[in-house]
Design a protein around this ligand. Structure first.
Ligand SMILES: NC(=O)c1ccc[n+]([C@@H]2O[C@H](COP(=O)([O-])OP(=O)(O)OC[C@H]3O[C@@H](n4cnc5c(N)ncnc54)[C@H](O)[C@@H]3O)[C@@H](O)[C@H]2O)c1
Length: 274
């Protein structure tokens, strides 16, 4: 694995988390996995390269990520720079025929650039993933399994809570709502960027505005974001609700058939894999 961008997500974000948290940065996740190893890194900032070398014991460090790929031929490249660089870098990395790409969100700052990324990876059949981490989180798996098992009856609607920006936040909220519902086809989307008089130049969002939306899925379920509160999700059905609280820290189930009140019960999470 080679990492482009040796900042927080590439290398150091774990320092910001409570002790004992699972590995979060790409470098820390590689160090924690028996199947991955970081062999090279690229950053335009010499201090970041030096800190990375010291922290992770990696000596193949470059200021030019293309030179890194040509020299090191990594199996997987993680793009961990800031959003406005992602599309250009993802296309360039694909053009180097890297076998697999992980690109931090946002994958692009315009639909045109997102299409270019899709074309560059799709035409070469390169597996491409982005940082939608809740899909790999046990709390969301627990909630999705409860929903799929019919514990809340027939699903009617789903809600995301938290004021959030579009490219970096709502990529998570939309993906998680879709995941919880079993990834049904999206039929239509209504949305607004905030502030409502925002001027969008060249159809590109270099800054990341807040947004609100409502999504209608092909199975008839509508999902909405509520721009307030802490990061939480709730899926409501004919027989109750399931709620993922504290940003994935807890799952609560309320089984409440229409004729009687139910109360929230915490659902124990499975242990983290060793
Ligand atoms: N999935 C998550 O939970 C999560 C959390 C934090 C950040 N992120 C994402 O990670 C990305 C990076 O954020 P960050 O907070 O780590 O940023 P950061 O500023 O800490 O790190 C970015 C690094 O990229 C380097 N860089 C800039 N231009 C470069 C170039 N041309 N070539 C090589 N390196 C270059 C910078 O010098 C810097 O070290 C963002 O897109 C952010 O959305 C995701």
């Amino acid at each position: 694995m080679a990492i482009i961008g040796l900042g927080r997500m590439g290398s150091t974000i774990d320092d910001e988390l409570p002790a004992g948290s699972p590995a979060y940065s790409v470098a820390a996740a590689c160090a924690a996995s028996p199947r991955l190893s970081v062999t090279a890194g690229a950053d335009i900032d010499p201090a970041k390269r030096q800190a990375f070398a010291t922290r992770w014991g990696v000596s193949a460090l470059y200021d030019d990520y293309r030179a890194m790929i040509r020299q090191e031929r990594p199996d997987l490249v993680a793009i961990c720079t800031k959003g406005p660089l992602h599309a250009e870098m993802a296309v360039a990395v694909a053009e180097e025929n890297v076998p697999m790409i992980f690109c931090e969100k946002a994958i692009a700052c315009s639909m045109r650039e997102a299409d270019a990324v899709l074309e560059a990876v799709g035409s070469r059949r390169i597996p491409f993933n982005t940082g939608v981490l809740r899909r790999f989180n046990r709390a969301y798996h627990q909630a999705r399994d409860l929903i799929a098992a019919g514990e809340i009856g027939e699903v009617k609607t789903a809600v995301h809570y938290a004021a959030s920006n579009l490219l970096h936040g709502h990529i998570h909220s939309l993906d998680t709502l879709s995941f919880l519902l079993g990834d049904p086809q999206v039929e239509s989307v209504w949305g607004e960027l905030l502030p409502r008089d925002l001027a969008i130049e060249n159809n590109r969002l270099d800054k990341d505005p807040n947004g609100i939306y409502q999504v209608r899925f092909a199975n008839g379920v509508e999902a909405t974001t509520v721009p307030g509160g802490a990061w939480e999700f709730e899926v409501l059905g004919t027989g109750g609700s399931v709620r993922i609280c504290n940003n994935g820290g807890e799952v609560a189930l309320r089984q409440a058939p229409a004729q009687r009140r139910g109360s929230w019960e915490n659902v124990p999470l499975p242990p983290l894999p060793a």
